[in-house]
Ligand binder design. Structure first.
Ligand code: SAM
Length: 253
């Protein structure tokens, strides 16, 4: 999941989607559709069983007080949205969206199985079918790095948040030194190998994930971009030896 410090990260070059392509939305969607059925299993394996703990920490950093309207975008199979549903300070409602229908079907099944009401809708996070200032909390787990345009996506998330509302982002982040070198080896070699093996596909989806992680801004740079997009009090916490980060920010008035 983690990454590098070089100015020009060395990409694998065999990815089905060019992570620098700002029109890549449909290809990203097709890629996630292809791995949806194995997505949870791969997450658990790739993270060494830690991914749910990182989502739990994200919910904690969102600092719910109870009664909030929460929107989880890029919800995938629904793990982060369901984690918000189970928060101690119970939100009034949690809704979730994703632009890959195959992911939404799995999220719906998971919510049903958990006996939880989770309204879901298909939408591109860069163009949400929601009015301005309609939710109190927005969360994104491992989604921002897939945005065709990160800054436009962050501005869209700010638009739907009420002033004073909070954004929480869980994402992979570049690591430095020996950890960074190990992380690069892991994302470039181990993750694509495991991903292709377990999804039994030649889609090389996990090569794209490796490339997209390497191109993603590091934690201070993402903080600056959140501030430019209209967030204040932005702070981040690194996890997993600095290879993961949770950013939280408040929608400026
Ligand atoms: C790596 S998965 C993360 C899923 C989930 N949030 C989690 O914590 O595991 C990324 C998800 O984001 C979705 N996605 C990527 N770009 C998107 C966009 N622009 N709009 C909506 N969904 C997007 C994909 O369909 C995929 O389900």
């Amino acid at each position: 999941m983690p990454t590098t410090t070089e100015q020009e990260p060395k990409l694998r070059g065999d990815s089905p989607v060019d992570p620098k392509d700002n029109q890549r939305g449909p290809k990203v969607r097709a890629m996630f559709a292809g791995i949806a059925g194995r997505y949870d299993l791969l997450n658990r394996i790739i993270s060494g069983g830690r991914d749910q703990a990182w989502r739990k920490r994200t919910v904690k950093m969102a600092a719910l007080t109870g009664g909030e309207a929460v929107l989880d975008v890029c919800c995938g199979t629904g793990d982060l949205a369901l984690m918000f549903q189970r928060a101690k300070a119970k939100p009034a409602r949690v809704i979730a969206s994703d632009f890959t229908p195959e992911m939404l079907v799995l999220a719906a099944a998971k919510a049903r199985k958990a006996g939880v009401e989770l309204p879901l809708f298909a939408a591109d996070a860069l163009c949400l079918p929601l009015p301005d200032a309609c939710v109190d909390v927005v969360s994104v787990g491992y989604g921002v790095r897939n945005f065709q345009n990160i800054d436009a996506g962050l501005r869209e998330l700010a638009r739907v948040l009420r002033p004073g509302g909070r954004l929480a982002i869980l994402e992979a982040t570049p690591a430095r030194g020996i950890i960074g070198r190990f992380a690069n080896w892991y994302i470039n070699r181990v993750i694509p190998w495991l991903g292709n093996l377990l999804t039994r596909s030649n889609a090389r989806a996990y090569s794209y994930l490796a490339d997209s992680i390497q191109l993603f801004p590091d934690a201070p740079a993402l903080k600056a971009r959140l501030e430019a997009a209209g967030f204040t009090d932005v702070r981040f916490r690194k996890l997993n030896l600095g290879t993961m980060a949770i950013h939280v920010g408040v929608r400026a008035s």
